[in-house]
Design a binder for this molecule. Structure first.
Ligand SMILES: Cc1cc2nc3c(=O)[nH]c(=O)nc-3n(C[C@H](O)[C@H](O)[C@H](O)COP(=O)(O)OP(=O)(O)OC[C@H]3O[C@@H](n4cnc5c(N)ncnc54)[C@H](O)[C@@H]3O)c2cc1C
Length: 302
């Protein structure tokens, strides 16, 4: 039986699935196909399906670092479901499934007296997305706390364990390709008093509330920080706070956040990102590089 048919029979394969609700921007069109994977067998079936019918693949975590085109994604989205959402701890380490949300990971670890992951409380992504993006903030990043990530390769079904060195983790970068799925990760932890960890997490959340446009539709920092500088500072200096396209604008609170209204389109976000990049280049000579990933086709060349 076809691997795709097998997935469909088990209600794992869906068609024309709106992707906006699965992202923090809440924008964009549908996926042609989506697999809601619950376990390793589902990933084995996707790998077999891709061998039968090659098609573009997007692994989607919590959608907090992506912008989906209004036309959607003409391929298969692999979305990891509740079977990949778990946290376990031992002495000196915490392991989590890749669909686990980072704030949940940070809080669960802290409650168990396992510190080191408190910074994750402010990053609304998943464990898998954090490994792929080497997510970080407040002076910490995934590369420093990750012991090992479990990776399933949809190209050949191979399963490997990769250290930060193997993953070439660098500023918001890993060497993971589009067919490589992080299924779980183990993090190094330090003993911590749960109340102290709570306090640290409260400080992180307070800082974010003060300096970031919480409660708006966005995908965090849009541009990567140039070495030794901050993209937000450069955009602000170029006079672009409040600059807008359609129902999307550069946040007044933090210029590296591009916030959308409910009636916005993904194309508006894309066009504003390009306009900010080009204006900054003209006014200051700095070439900003987007950190967020654009998925699918947009109206103009990047
Ligand atoms: C309000 C806000 C604040 C943010 N603050 C920060 C911050 O301080 N620091 C920071 O680094 N980021 C920040 N981000 C960005 C984002 O949360 C991180 O990049 C996060 O790690 C992305 O995880 P995700 O699960 O949402 O990934 P997605 O957005 O779903 O995907 C991002 C990339 O990771 C890939 N991916 C996702 N899951 C997997 C997986 N299981 N295996 C392999 N690849 C996968 C996707 O294919 C895509 O290429 C912020 C975002 C928002 C909305």
């Amino acid at each position: 039986m076809s691997a795709w048919r097998d997935l469909a029979d088990r209600s794992r394969l869906l068609t024309h699935v709106p992707l906006g609700p699965l992202t923090t921007y809440k924008l964009g069109g549908p996926a042609r196909l989506m697999v809601e994977a619950e376990d390793r067998e589902d990933l084995v079936a996707v790998a077999a399906g891709l061998e039968e019918t090659p098609i573009d693949v997007l692994v989607l975590g919590r959608g907090s670092n992506v912008l989906i085109s209004d036309r959607g994604f003409d391929g298969v989205v692999v979305h990891l479901g509740s079977g990949f959402n778990w946290v376990r701890w031992a002495e000196g380490s915490v392991a989590a499934g890749s669909a686990t949300s980072l704030p949940h990971l940070a809080r669960t670890a802290a409650r168990a007296g396992q510190g080191n992951l408190e910074f994750y409380v402010g990053i609304p992504g998943s464990v898998g997305g954090a490994v792929r993006m080497n997510a970080g903030c407040h002076g910490s990043e995934t590369a420093e706390v990750l012991e090992v990530a479990e990776v399933f390769d949809l190209a050949d079904g191979a399963e490997t364990r990769r250290t930060p060195l193997d993953l070439a983790l660098d500023y918001r970068h890993s060497n993971l390709g589009d067919l490589e799925i992080v299924t779980a990760a183990t993090f190094r932890t330090l003993l911590v008093d749960p109340e102290t960890a709570e306090g640290t997490m409260r400080d992180v959340s307070r800082w974010r509330k003060e300096y970031q446009p919480g409660g708006t539709l966005n995908a965090g920092s849009v541009f990567r920080n140039p070495k030794g500088d901050a993209a937000g500072r450069i955009i602000d200096e170029a006079g672009l706070k409040g600059f807008s396209v359609g129902a999307v604008s550069v946040s007044h609170k933090h210029a590296n956040f591009i916030v959308a209204e409910r009636e916005a389109t993904a194309q508006d976000v894309h066009d504003l990102v390009i306009a900010v990049r080009d204006t900054v280049q003209d006014r200051s000579g700095v070439e900003l590089v987007p950190e967020i990933r654009f998925i699918g086709e947009f109206g103009i060349e990047e």
